[in-house]
Design a protein around this ligand. Structure first.
Ligand SMILES: [Mg+2]
Length: 110
């Protein structure tokens, strides 16, 4: 993750994103929605594995770029990641329909 963070930080520096729309979160949310749409298109239109991977990379680049844009350090993110991971690992898995399960906190669903 640190390697990706540093690479994307270099990308932001190279194109001088600091203080521009490229680090504005409203603009970035629009980019994320656009990329999520492209990923959705991969799934719904049965595009290639290569396209599917690329769209996931696009989303990861934007997500890491969100950290850089908001000056969140890799250490801060790493701590939050592992905190969330522990939470996920302690969640419950339930059958939600005949062939589907879901892992969630299931708050207020009992
Ligand atoms: Mg894309």
């Amino acid at each position: 993750m640190k390697e990706y963070y540093e690479a994307i930080k270099k990308f932001h520096e190279k194109f001088e994103f600091k203080g521009t729309n490229n680090e504005d979160m409203q603009f970035r949310l629009n980019l994320l929605i656009e990329e999520l749409g492209e990923l959705a298109e991969c799934v719904t239109k049965g595009k290639s594995k290569e396209d599917f991977i690329e769209e996931n990379v696009d989303l990861l680049i934007l997500t890491i770029g969100n950290l850089i844009s908001t000056e969140i350090s890799i250490e801060e993110f790493d701590k939050a990641f592992w905190k969330k991971h522990e939470k996920l690992m302690n969640r419950e898995k339930r059958k939600i329909s005949e062939n589907k399960t879901r892992v969630s906190e299931f708050r207020g669903m009992d």
